[in-house]
Design a protein around this ligand. Structure first.
Ligand code: DON
Length: 559
């Protein structure tokens, strides 16, 4: 009864915003879910020509760098979680790194106020890109097809052109003035007449850069002509990245974080992403609550989940940073009894003001853009990866002659105590800027297994909202029983401690919920739809069920 009421509610909510109900995609041999149909198609072709999920993931990552320039990149970085056919689970950190010459004084004045837009726009905003090193490391470890064959499809897309979708044209128009201003002499995203859906875009400079990567692997990016041109660009435009910054960049393999939820094993990304810690903390605090009897449209569920998120994000702000630089109290943060204690201050029907919540450990013991893709082949290999330039089109700086956008991930550092970044996130010294350090992320590529068998892969963009989006896509499927497609489309809500409000998507939160949440002391903030979540559900009979977020042009391709 409750389930069917929930389903009816879901249908009403979904219909209110998005037209006819879509269904999930089903297949048995292989599946690719990404933010762009052309990238998903490239991945599918690699799978069908004998590549494994990791080969296809590499080809999708490079294709996104061409056809989805708002977030797809070779000038940014990301995180990937992998499951191999043999049951090995690994995480790959190809997050950007701060250049050796960095200091906070480049971005904030003595009183901690930002110096213009230095951390968000132009070459100073860019961390050392990690994407090419990450993909190359992935290929060396797990690739099956030749590297060159995985980069080649992206070269062809860049050279032969790709057709703009309606949503992409809207995005380009929104940011075109900034792109033009920051790239007066070389801007492939700036047209003299405005772009229209259906126009073909070309990027010959990027095709040439990708050819060097195809022919020389990571060295085609971090050394030789690409690196030389990038460093010359930095010098000409006031950046600080040097040849040795590029040469020294390494992607890092790490064991992922692991936790449990009601018999499921949940694997997610550890620091320097905060995503895994947040997800596991939130799941840990929710596990004992009667979520499914409350129902996914209930005010109790919205309230309790927001309270849990408030507490987890407060810990993020205080304790999390790059573990190569600071001691991150992971065990303490994920300890079952700590989470129980932390959740015990949650009151039914009463919001706790964020001013009364801080990091919860007893004492410090040791003191609009990103994109996600998932590929699964029929053999049990899975990659779930989030990759980013940080903001939309990153720093909006296109490396002259190289055809790619540079990230603005320096803004993910905590530039001064209490100073919020572009996502309103505040941090502590744990995430302070330092040469060679990786800035704290919220990316949350996640895999769920039961009794050693994959059940679910999830991920999303959305800056600070990523962990709560992944949490909801997880609960929508494993707690509330929604199909994959509905799980990603369902309206979302978000709390991140500061600012102290529940964010919800335009017109997609029931008026009754709104009234009750306000009565219980919450402040509500309406926002544009956010996140573009992807998921694959692995059914026991081997069927793959894919959901691609309809907030974007996201697409499943499978066979
Ligand atoms: O690493 C992070 O948390 C951010 N740089 C991610 C940015 C993002 O997801 C933007 N997407 N809308």
């Amino acid at each position: 009864m409750i389930t069917s009421l929930v389903t009816l509610l879901f249908i009403a909510l979904l219909r209110s915003n998005a037209g006819p109900l879509p269904s999930s995609h089903f297949a048995c041999e292989g599946m690719v879910v990404s933010a762009h149909p052309l990238a998903s198609e490239v991945g599918l072709q690699v799978l069908q020509s004998g590549g494994n999920a990791f080969d296809a993931g590499i080809s999708v990552e490079f294709a996104l760098a061409v056809v989805f320039p708002i977030a797809g990149n070779i000038g940014g970085g990301g995180f990937a979680l992998l499951h191999t056919a043999e049951g090995e689970i690994q995480s790959l950190n190809y997050r950007e790194q701060a250049p050796a010459g960095i200091s906070a004084q480049l971005y904030v004045d003595d009183s901690g106020q930002p110096l213009g837009k230095k951390s968000t726009e132009g070459p100073l905003a860019a961390g050392i890109p990690g994407t090419v090193a990450g993909m190359y490391a992935l290929h060396q470890q797990y690739g099956q097809l030749p590297w060159s064959s995985l980069v080649q499809p992206a070269i062809e897309l860049a050279r032969k052109g790709w057709v703009l979708t309606f949503k992409e044209v809207e995005q380009i128009k929104k940011y075109q003035a900034d792109l033009q201003r920051l790239n007066p002499e070389d801007c492939y995203l700036c047209a003299t007449k405005s772009f229209r859906a259906g126009d073909t875009l070309y990027n010959e400079a990027l095709a040439a850069t990708l050819e060097r990567i195809r022919d020389h692997g990571a060295a085609g990016f971090y050394r030789g002509p690409t690196a030389e041109q990038l460093v010359a660009f930095m010098q000409a435009k006031g950046g600080i990245m040097t040849a040795s910054d590029l040469e020294n960049y390494q992607a890092i393999w790490r064991a992922p974080l692991q936790g449990q939820y009601k018999g499921y094993d949940v694997y997610s990304m550890g620091p320097p992403s905060s995503g895994g810690v947040l997800l596991l903390q939130m799941l840990g605090m929710l596990e004992t609550q009667p979520l499914s009897s409350w129902g996914m449209g209930s005010t109790q569920y919205l309230h309790h989940t927001s309270e849990v998120a408030r507490r987890a994000y407060a810990d993020r702000a205080l304790y999390l940073g790059d573990p190569d630089f600071v001691e991150v109290p992971l065990n303490a943060l994920l300890d079952e009894s700590y989470l129980k204690r932390r959740a015990s201050s949650i009151q039914a029907k009463k919001a706790t003001p964020s001013s009364r919540i801080s990091g919860g450990l007893p004492a410090l013991p040791e003191s609009d853009e990103t994109t996600h893709y998932i590929v699964a082949d029929g053999k049990g290999n899975i990659i779930t990866a989030t990759t980013s330039l940080n903001g939309a089109y990153g720093s909006k700086s296109i490396a002259t002659g190289l055809g790619f956008l540079l990230n603005n991930t320096i803004d993910d550092f905590s530039l001064a105590p209490g100073l919020p970044n572009s996502y309103g996130l505040v941090g502590s010294t744990a995430n302070a800027i330092a040469p060679g350090k990786r800035m704290l992320s919220s990316m949350t590529p996640t895999l769920v297994l039961k009794e050693g068998k994959p059940v679910l892969a999830i991920g999303s963009p959305g800056g600070s909202t990523i962990p709560t989006t992944v949490l909801q896509v997880f609960l929508n499927q494993l707690e509330f029983g929604l199909p994959a497609q509905w799980a990603v489309d369902f309206p979302r809500f978000h709390h991140q401690w500061l600012p102290d409000h529940i964010r919800y998507e335009n017109g997609r939160l029931d008026k009754k919920n709104q009234r009750q949440l306000k009565q219980w002391g919450h402040t509500l903030q309406e926002s544009a739809p956010y996140g573009r979540a992807e998921t694959i559900r692995f059914h026991p009979d081997g069927t793959l069920e894919g959901g691609a977020d309809r907030r974007g042009d996201d697409a499943v391709r499978s066979y």
